[in-house]
Design a protein. Structure first.
Length: 638
């Protein structure tokens, strides 16, 4: 059975709290100040048992203009609104502002309750009905039933309860499949239990024992116990009014406006893309970058509205905007919000969150507006492609689901369909599947192949483009882990070769005939000169290779192992080194040891070459130094 949350709305002293009291027997005026002044300041909560057996939660919101902020904290999770209008006064200023908020939050199910009918005659009541009918025209509550009741005589109350039950039976299902999200609208401490937070669970489920976190502060906690309408439960579902007893956080660390969620399920944000609408009754246009008061869930945050396609939004108009907030909040695609003017404070508009984690946009860009239109109205597949395209990288399915505002199952089905259709590419990365929009994948692929081709053309003797250099130059915003996974994917397709430290095109390791001839000529020079090698620059010059270009040949010969470096500008051919090893080993086996001088004479070279050669043999553990002599290293024989 679907859970139901009813909210009241209406002008101060029009009888909202009295109506709830007579319906439920619960006095929602909790504070002494509220009782003394006769008005609601904080949110009040009650519950109503309906004839069908359904238990409905009721949120009694303040009506006085000064307490509009608290009213906004209460309406975010409401399914059915009771717009309360006193029959002896009719439509008043806060009636209008509350209806504007109902309109902006798109609470489409409602009942207009005319209270205090015991204070007016039938003729006056009929005039009020006509006024209210006219007042509701063109709003989400146009055509809503209008019932007249008296909290004093109880006239009309049974009919009201029956009507609430009928409307409740016809309510659409909540989303429910996403991660749990509880905007916190009350925080208090209970002796012996500790911190308790309450709110309407707008999505998902909470269970006793669950690990949770309080965002945006990132406080870690555990659910010690749960209550729904004063009943202890082991689990609470989407749409229920829930009290959560938290272990691990102090009451002073938690504030109304924060959000209780599972760990890692949401990321705080200070930037939102949104469809913004200004009320027709707004006193003036909303200028680009105007300061606003932003209300989402139970949070009130100052911010600015960047209007993406015009300099000002006229009353009654709609536009795409990026909201830049002064403090972080938690939002999901599809969330409804309200904005009020900074000063004087007045409800002026609201809208829908399209992307809770967008990049910064430049204004007046057609492609930005088109992308936001797709995000706003697209099918699940279109939303998935838009998220992947907008992010411009590979994402896990869970991240796609959060960004698109869809549940995991829907995203999984969409990704499978899009992959089969060639619109999404799948990367296997450290045992996890990542997904890229096909056009993003194609762009990355082309950038890699072009870079490798250019690098090969500029440095034909090098092994390949160093991986980290390629990433930092061409993909600086991409993590090393993701970039390597992308390269491995291209390698699996046979488009590139990934080596230990570099990457290259297939076949790029082979040399052109000219380069191969020059390399062989240098190889032959060092092989022929044996233990009296030339400097490399001298050898290269003999082959018509300039000093600058010669370093490329040198690095190639060293990488290939054809030359071995003994010291600064001192290189021997590998065959020469092998002959030296054989001669030195034979000498030591016969004599037991060898000195630098003996090595010089043995190899018919100079000390300039003999000493570095012996030091190299020490380094590769062919020999070991004992004083100023060398013996064979362990494992080389005696």
């Amino acid at each position: 059975m679907r859970h139901l949350v009813i909210g009241t709305a209406g002008h101060v002293d029009h009888g909202k709290t009295a109506l709830i009291h007579v319906l439920t027997g619960i006095d929602t005026d909790r504070l002494r100040e509220e009782k003394e002044r006769g008005i609601s300041i904080e949110l009040g909560f009650a519950y109503l048992d309906l004839p069908s057996g359904r238990r409905a939660g009721i949120v009694d919101v303040p009506g006085h203009e000064r307490f509009i902020k608290n009213m906004l904290a209460g309406v975010g999770g409401i399914d059915l609104v009771l717009l309360v209008i006193a029959a002896d006064e009719g439509v008043m200023p806060q009636t209008r502002e509350h209806l504007e908020i109902i309109q902006l939050l798109e609470i489409k199910r409602g009942i207009v309750v005319l209270t205090k009918i015991d204070l007016v005659d039938e003729e006056w009541l009929e005039l009020v009905r006509e006024e209210v009918t006219s007042f509701l025209k063109g709003t989400v509550l146009e055509g809503a039933p209008i019932l007249a009741v008296s909290s004093v005589t109880r006239e009309g109350l049974p009919e009201l309860v029956r009507l609430i039950d009928e409307l409740a039976a016809d309510l659409p299902e909540r989303r429910g499949a996403g991660p749990a999200r509880l905007p916190i609208d009350r925080v208090f401490s209970v002796t012996g239990f500790g911190t308790v937070v309450t709110g309407t669970l707008v999505d998902g489920r909470l269970r006793v024992g669950d690990a949770v976190e309080v965002l945006p502060r990132g406080l870690k906690a555990r659910i010690r116990s749960l209550q729904v309408h004063k009943r202890k439960v082991d689990e609470a579902g989407s749409g229920q009014r829930v009290a959560v007893n938290l272990a691990g956080v102090d009451v002073s660390d938690v504030d109304r406006g924060q959000v209780l969620v599972p760990p890692q399920a949401f990321r705080p944000t200070q930037r939102l893309d949104a469809r913004l609408e200004l009320l027709p009754e707004a006193p003036r246009p909303l200028k680009n970058r105007a300061r606003i008061r932003f209300y989402l869930g139970a949070a009130e945050i100052l911010g600015r509205a960047v209007i993406l396609d015009r300099d000002a939004l006229d009353p009654g108009g709609r536009a795409y905007a990026q909201l830049i907030l002064e403090e972080p909040t938690v939002a999901a695609r599809g969330d409804r919000f309200v904005i009020r003017s900074y000063s004087p404070m007045r409800t002026i508009g609201g809208g829908t969150v399209i992307d809770p984690h967008p990049p910064r946009h430049k204004r007046y860009r057609d492609e930005t507006i088109e992308a936001l239109a797709t995000l706003e109205r697209g099918t699940p597949e279109e939303l998935v492609v838009q998220v992947l395209t907008g992010r411009g990288e590979a994402l896990p399915a869970g991240e796609v689901a959060k960004a698109a505002g869809l549940n995991q199952e829907t995203v999984g089905e969409s990704l499978a369909a899009l992959a089969a259709d060639g619109q999404v590419e799948t990367l296997e990365c450290e045992g996890q599947n990542l997904y890229m929009a096909a056009q993003v994948y194609a762009d990355w692929r082309q950038r890699v192949l072009k870079a490798l081709e250019e690098y090969r053309s500029s440095y034909p003797l090098r092994e390949g483009y160093p991986k980290e250099e390629l990433r930092s130059r061409k993909f600086s915003s991409v993590s090393g882990r993701l970039f390597l996974c992308f390269l491995q994917n291209l390698a699996q397709r046979g488009e590139i070769e990934v080596l230990e430290k570099s990457v290259r095109l297939p076949g790029a390791g082979s040399l052109s005939p000219l380069l191969e001839a020059r390399v062989k000529a240098l190889d032959d020079v060092f092989a022929a000169r044996g233990f009296q090698p030339p400097s490399f620059v001298e050898a290269a010059a003999g082959q018509g290779i300039g000093e600058t270009e010669s370093s490329e040949y040198l690095h190639f010969l060293l990488r290939e192992g054809r030359l071995i470096k003994l010291g600064d500008d001192l290189y021997l051919h590998r065959d020469t080194v092998e002959r030296a090893k054989e001669a030195v080993a034979a000498f030591i086996r016969e004599k037991g040891e060898i000195t630098v001088g003996e090595a010089r004479d043995l190899l018919q070279t100079s000390r300039k070459f003999a000493l570095p050669l012996l030091e190299y043999l020490d380094q590769v553990r062919f020999t070991r130094r004992v004083g100023d002599k060398r013996k064979l290293a362990k494992g080389q024989g005696v």
